[in-house]
Design a protein around this ligand. Structure first.
Ligand code: 9MR
Length: 345
């Protein structure tokens, strides 16, 4: 009797293998797998190259990646006609070796354009006809280079203002509103299998932006333009309310037949960090994942950097930071634990 009880006690005390706990994922990859989505991060290429601990956490946790800057126009064509693909290639190759899907970011934007392009448009040496050809060549060249290797492209990024009007970028000003349809058509021709997205910030809650973006999508669809997804950047801050209607907004886009992705989530705070703020932040991350999972076609949940060691936030919002899932030393924060605890609805 006694030995049996001891044996039973030993069996019960022994740690169960991870797969015996389907409800308690071991990491974000595992969590994503259980939910049938991919969880991704933006990647800082210098860190990817130079920091072994950064690489280790990225590959352990994430099954999707986005180049934080390496695929933007100023990065790949700093001088006209002279392409610098090394960083973007390195990321795509790294992703291939580590079973990570890739979001291409971004083909048409008003920021991080090469100086030769903006100054040429400004001084009139590049006229509208040439500008249109330059945009077509840019899209075709970049999409074709990574054909079959990019799951989804942010084709147009941030084309709507917060007041719901169209952003007066060089594209709208010189090419007219048709540039959006053109961009999608050119991208589709270059890689017919890539999912093509419209991507924006504040789309989580801003009614004017939501309505305009929905009407852009409907308009494109009415013209037969290939558009497949709506990307919600999700740059949140705990000093603002959580966008409580987000899941409904996602659903409105899903109802148009689009796939949904959270493309750039981070949750910043006023420094210094306190346990209370970290708890609120954890709740925002948890709610964002829960919202995504509540929409069947939300397939990707990507954070804009995973460690406070490399985040755009402190440089853009003085006095704010600590927006990521891991701290500067790559220790998981409460937000990370909160994500692991998200179960199926
Ligand atoms: O994180 C990016 C930062 O390193 C760049 O300096 C910045 C330049 O505009 O762009 C940041 O990424 C942006 C992304 O490409 C589009 N949505 C907003 C992101 C944060 O600004």
């Amino acid at each position: 009797m006694k030995p049996l009880i001891i044996a039973l006690a030993l069996v019960l005390a022994a740690p169960l293998p991870a797969h015996a706990h389907p409800w308690k994922p071991s990491d974000l990859r595992d969590l994503a797998r259980q939910h049938g989505i991919r969880i991704g991060s933006a990647v800082d290429i210098a860190a990817l190259r130079g920091e072994a601990d950064y690489r280790k956490v990225l590959d352990r946790e994430f099954s999707h990646v986005t180049a934080e800057n390496a695929m933007k126009w100023e990065s790949i064509e700093p001088d006209r006609g002279a392409y610098t693909w090394a960083d973007a290639d390195a990321l795509v190759e790294h992703a291939r070796r580590n079973d990570q899907r890739v979001r291409g970011h971004t083909l048409v934007w008003h920021n991080q354009l090469p100086a030769w392009l903006t100054s040429g448009v400004e001084d009139g040496t590049i006229d509208a006809a040439e500008l249109r050809k330059i945009l077509r060549d840019h899209i075709t060249t970049e999409v074709r280079r990574y054909k079959g290797k990019i799951r989804a492209w942010d084709v147009v990024n941030e084309v709507v203002n917060d007041d719901g009007t169209m952003r007066q970028s060089i594209w709208l000003t010189h090419l007219g509103p048709g540039y959006i349809a053109d961009a999608f058509r050119w991208a589709h021709r270059a890689d017919p299998h890539a999912k093509l997205y419209i991507n924006d910030y504040n789309l989580e809650w801003n009614a004017a932006k939501i309505e305009t973006t929905l009407s852009i999508v409907k308009d494109l669809q009415a013209q037969g333009v290939p558009i497949h997804g709506a990307g919600f950047q999700g740059h949140l801050g705990i000093q603002y309310d959580y966008p409580g209607d987000w899941a409904n907004v996602m659903r409105r886009f899903a109802d148009l037949g689009l796939e949904i992705a959270v493309t750039e989530l981070d949750v910043r705070m006023e420094l210094p960090v306190t346990p209370e703020k970290l708890a609120t932040q954890a709740d925002y991350y948890r709610r964002a994942l829960t919202d995504c999972l509540s929409v069947k076609v939300c397939r990707e949940f990507t954070v804009w950097g995973f460690t406070d060691r490399h985040s755009w936030v402190p440089g853009w919002f003085p006095g704010q930071g600590a927006a990521c899932l891991f701290d500067e030393n790559l220790a998981p924060k409460p937000a990370y634990q909160a994500l692991l605890g998200v179960t199926k609805a």
